[in-house]
Design a protein around this ligand. Structure first.
Ligand code: LLP
Length: 421
């Protein structure tokens, strides 16, 4: 459920007409709903209660500091994968004790920075990383709390580019090596083992792969405890999928996911961490764009909009579907017209949808791409020297620009001409 609904014939974000934002901010822009973000976060905390738990928002899905503050103020933890994301979490006021540092290639500088600022735990992904962390922590006279990310070799049944839990993926330590690596961790200076971490992929639309992976984690917990390790936390990753179409998709709900967690690992007495990104942010955001031209092609009509693949990369990168809806509510029983919806970037890949049935649209009309909160703004680039588009946050009847559109001067001034020229 989200808070983007038609009211008085016009699509709103909560109580704000999107056309009002467009008039003030210009298109294209991203808009996020505070109420939706909060609701999605609470669904997870409710689903995991009464187990001791921390919901760590995967910042990679949507990292604007204002959004992080909405969630951080509710008590959310943050899952970060870079020194930059760590800084964002801190800037949003989230204490280090609620920041989990994940990621497959943390540098020594990033480790040092997080140890200085405070960190809940590092999710360690390889033996060389474990040794590097030990060196860094010991050199600072610090202790790094760690969970080791195990790779359970489970097929997440999702898009190949976002599956992470098969043995051929670059992530984690093969589960059959776990005992040896935990034994090494226990011997290393500056390292304190606190738990086990697993993440098998993103946009999972079935519970069964999670269940398989978590059952393996439960078994491993018992083995490692028998080996003398203190396993008091389980970090069960993110990955729960969202409906991208309003029709027939019905991925499992957070409540079902929580019940499955309780079933598989609830008896172990561990604190549970989860790292959802998309389920919290995905349907909390829209990309709003206007039609520049309607162009008649060979056997198709192109709707050329002012957003492009650099603003929302998912369709060109993963062939992802985003529902596209008119901001002005169509009259009932308006006949649909098929469009190829494309952006202005000079690549055929800059196509959002082919043969998409929409209501008739023309120049200047506003359209909204739904489910664009996750992996939208964060994956944007300035390809074709198109400025990063603004982000807007709505709460009730208020809205604020939470990242302004840069000016062309700001963009051009980042380049420098060498003095020899
Ligand atoms: N934790 C870890 C260690 C992850 O690698 C990820 C996502 C998450 C949590 C959050 O997963 P989520 O709950 O959002 O599914 N750009 C792609 C998605 C990449 C996901 C990468 N890892 C897309 O647009 O579909």
């Amino acid at each position: 459920m989200d808070h983007f609904l038609y009211k008085n014939g016009s699509l709103h974000a909560e109580d704000v007409p999107l056309s009002d934002i467009a008039a003030e901010v210009g298109t294209p822009f991203y808009v996020y709903s505070t109420a939706t973000l909060e609701r999605h976060y609470k669904l997870f905390t409710e689903a995991l209660s009464p187990l001791p738990h921390l919901v760590c928002f995967a910042i990679k899905s949507l990292s604007n500091i204002a959004v992080l503050k909405v969630l951080g103020d509710l008590g959310a933890g943050m899952d970060v994968v870079s020194g930059g994301e760590y800084r964002r979490a801190k800037a949003a006021g989230v204490p280090g004790s609620r920041i989990v540092f994940s990621g497959v290639g943390k540098t020594r500088e990033e480790m040092r920075f997080a140890l200085e600022g405070g960190v809940r735990q590092f999710n360690v992904e390889s033996e060389p990383e474990l040794r590097a962390l030990s060196e860094v922590a010991a050199s600072m006279g610090a202790t790094a709390p760690i969970a080791i990310r195990i790779n359970p070799d489970v097929d997440a049944k999702t898009h190949e580019k976002i599956a992470t839990g098969k043995k051929e993926n670059k992530f984690g330590i093969p589960i059959d090596r776990a005992r040896a690596v935990y034994a090494e961790a226990a011997r290393l200076p500056g390292i304190e083992v606190v738990g086990i971490d697993v993440h098998i992929g993103s946009q999972l639309t079935e519970l069964e792969p999670f269940e398989q992976a978590f059952a393996k984690v439960a078994e491993l917990t018992e083995t490692l405890r028998a080996d003398g390790h203190i396993i008091r936390r389980l970090d069960l990753g993110g990955g729960l999928g969202i409906p991208y179409t309003r029709s027939n998709e019905a991925p499992p709900l957070p409540l079902d996911y929580g019940a499955m967690i309780k079933r598989t690992v609830g008896h172990l007495g561990c604190e549970i961490e989860i790292e959802p990104g998309r389920l919290i942010s995905g349907n909390a955001g829209l990309l709003v764009s206007s039609v520049i031209y309607l162009k008649q092609g060979e056997g198709r009509d192109f709707l050329i909009v002012d957003a492009a693949m650099n603003d929302l990369a998912r369709p060109s990168m993963y062939g992802a579907h985003h529902d596209i809806v008119p901001v002005t509510e169509p009259a009932p029983a308006t006949a649909a017209q098929e469009f190829d919806v494309v952006g202005p970037v000079c690549e055929t890949g800059d196509t959002f949808a082919r043969h998409r049935p929409l209501t008739p649209l023309g120049e200047g009309d506003l359209v909204a791409f739904r489910s664009a909160g996750a992996y939208g703004a964060v994956m944007a680039s300035e390809y074709n020297t198109r400025p990063l588009i603004p982000e807007v946050l709505v709460k009730g009847d208020q809205f604020a620009v939470i990242r302004a559109r840069p000016s062309f001067d700001e963009i051009l001034n980042r380049d420098t001409i060498p003095t020899w020229m």
